[in-house]
Ligand binder design. Structure first.
Ligand SMILES: C[S@@+](CC[C@H](N)C(=O)[O-])C[C@H]1O[C@@H](n2cnc3c(N)ncnc32)[C@H](O)[C@@H]1O
Length: 152
């Protein structure tokens, strides 16, 4: 199924067989940063309306909009991916995942990508290696709808 998340995707998804009466696992990987903040909020509202208790949602996004000066050696300005996520009015929710998800009844945990890669012994990508108040932070989150997450 293909749909523009800025338009009607709920109709096509339910027509394709999604069962809102059953728990659903949603993965928004590499997605939210492409959306306007209001589109990200709308997406969460729609996901919530389709989520039975016990549904889970995971994803990631940056703490702030990615700017051209953050990625000078990584992308050509001509690449469509760069033009989309570097657009001034995008970037995703732009508030931390825990309160963002809680606003719609989700119980979330979030982690800084840098901490996760350090635990795994992996290098920190240059994009996330900055420090200071203007540093890019990539938040990874996992949320459960309708009841608190169980340990493990
Ligand atoms: C970096 S890719 C991540 C893809 C996915 N995680 C995967 O592994 O296939 C970004 C994806 O976001 C999708 N995307 C961005 N904006 C969208 C929108 N408004 N509606 C639907 N999809 C969108 C693009 O089509 C692209 O497939």
């Amino acid at each position: 199924m293909v749909a523009d998340l800025g338009g009607d995707w709920v109709g096509p998804l339910t027509a394709a067989g999604l069962r809102p009466d059953l728990p659903t696992a949603w993965l928004a990987e590499g997605l939210l940063l492409y959306l306007h903040p209001h589109e990200a909020d709308s997406l969460l509202t729609s996901v919530t309306a389709l989520s039975a208790p016990g549904s889970v949602l995971a994803g990631e996004y940056f703490n702030r909009r990615v700017r051209w000066e953050d990625v000078p050696d990584m992308l050509s300005e001509e690449e469509p991916i760069a033009r989309v996520f570097l657009a001034a009015d995008r970037g995703g929710p732009l508030v931390e995942p825990v309160p963002w998800a809680a606003g719609n009844g989700w119980s979330a945990t979030q982690r800084d990508f840098v901490d996760v890669v350090a635990e795994l012994g992996r290098p920190v990508p240059a994009l996330m290696a900055g420090t200071g108040p203007d540093a890019l932070v990539l938040w990874l989150f996992h949320a459960t709808f309708g009841r608190p997450r169980t340990a493990g």
